[in-house]
Design a protein around this ligand. Structure first.
Ligand SMILES: *[C@@H]1O[C@H](CO)[C@@H](O)[C@H](O)[C@H]1NC(C)=O
Length: 228
């Protein structure tokens, strides 16, 4: 994890996701449908990795507002740490609730059962809410109730797609190479879209984004970066 942290600087977070993703009562229904199709064909199951970092572009729509920001997430379900950083926090409901009129970076940090909101350029933070208040990391099993919806092409790659019913429906896309399954896109209908870019697993086995990367290239690049 050291390289992930170094690469992404301090800590970062995934706000909206946490609330929307937690699969509730609809999970059983979704599974039932999945079972029905599984009899015909083995549908691939989506993988949500336990330790990874990933860049994203987020577009948020709220009535007639539309915000876009670049961001990155560091996710570590083993240490229960999650950091989601947005270059501009204005499209995120929690960041927005504190600074509704500022275009300023905003970081969610979840650690030790607490969620912190940090505004690095304003020199502000702090404690936002706790696990008990539903503010923990994104449930690592949030994809369990996903229903396979077939293959498509995305970012020039073959993608598997799934539908996950939460408080709002989610369409999730990942590279069609289960069990690797690098996240490509997440649509939280109707409000938010995340297009994922460069990513890295904690053990450095994959790096994606443009699709032009491979583990071997990644190693070469790291070696070059380490040279003075
Ligand atoms: C995000 O948007 C920027 C600017 O449009 C672009 O350069 C970058 O490649 C995008 N990243 C992703 C992950 O799509």
């Amino acid at each position: 994890m050291a390289s992930l942290k170094a690469k992404h600087g301090l800590f970062i977070a995934f706000a909206v996701l946490i609330f929307v993703f937690q699969p509730h009562g609809t999970a059983a229904t979704a599974r039932k449908q999945l079972d029905a199709t599984a009899a015909v064909r083995e549908d691939p199951k989506p993988i949500w990795h336990r330790q990874f970092s990933i860049d994203f572009n987020e577009t948020t729509k709220l009535l007639w507002w539309r915000w876009s920001t670049e961001g990155s997430m560091l996710y570590d379900a083993l240490q229960q740490v999650e950091v989601v950083h947005r270059a501009n926090g204005r499209g995120d409901s929690m960041c927005l609730s504190i600074h509704p009129r500022s275009n300023t970076p905003c970081t969610h940090l979840v650690v030790s059962g607490q969620r912190y909101l940090i505004f690095p350029e304003l020199g502000e933070c702090c404690k936002c809410c706790s696990n008990a208040g539903g503010c923990g990391i994104l449930d690592p099993n949030w994809l369990d109730a996903a229903e396979y919806t077939g293959q498509t092409t995305m970012q020039g790659r073959t993608a598997d797609s799934w539908n996950i019913r939460g408080l709002q429906p989610n369409n999730y896309y990942a590279t069609a190479d289960v069990p690797v399954g690098i996240p490509l896109e997440l649509n939280q209908l109707p409000t938010a879209t995340y297009v994922f870019g460069e990513s890295e697993l904690a053990d450095g086995t994959w790096v994606a984004g443009s699709g032009a990367w491979s583990p071997a290239q990644q190693q070469q690049q790291q070696q070059q970066q380490q040279q003075p």
